[in-house]
Design a protein around this ligand. Structure first.
Ligand code: ZN
Length: 153
């Protein structure tokens, strides 16, 4: 049964991005540049996840390409098992902690119950694909701005 609160509030806002696992980020950047008719707007390493990512804007949505930084990277394991292709779908949420609790109570398996810092200044959490029809789902919330280093006296 769908939680009634869904009707009163935007819980899962929109698809924020689609993550695609690739073997060679440079080659795939060129490919997606041809496909979308515009270059990527950033490349970012997320050392904690063992990935190098690039982002493309496509209308209101984004495409995230992910390349493994090492053999222990989840992307390396994904490529080994499934080859290149769609890796995850990311949904934008307003309150990631609330969403984690809601989805947990709905029976979804949360891979990291404590949100972590992902690429593109986001707090992220993942749902295990086995609880969502084989799709790795990422929840992401805009991270609060980092405290300013500016000193005022
Ligand atoms: Zn992502």
């Amino acid at each position: 049964m769908v939680n009634l609160r869904c009707r009163n509030k935007f819980i899962v806002n929109k698809i924020e991005h689609i993550g695609i696992a690739v073997k060679d980020l440079e080659a795939s950047n060129t490919l997606f540049e041809k496909l979308l008719g515009k270059p990527h707007y950033k490349i970012e390493k997320v050392i904690s996840e063992g990935v190098r990512t690039s982002f493309f804007q496509s209308g209101p949505n984004k495409i995230e390409l992910l390349e493994a930084l090492n053999d222990e990277s989840p992307i390396a394991k994904f490529l080994e098992k499934k080859g290149e292709g769609v890796h995850h779908i990311a949904f934008a949420v307003e309150d990631i902690k609330e969403e984690i609790n809601r989805l947990k109570s709905e029976g979804f398996v949360i891979l990291n119950e404590e949100p972590k810092r992902g690429a593109d200044n986001k707090l992220v959490a993942f749902l295990h694909p086995k609880s969502s029809n084989g799709v790795l789902v990422e929840l992401c919330q805009e991270a609060p701005p980092k405290p300013s280093a500016e000193v005022r006296e």
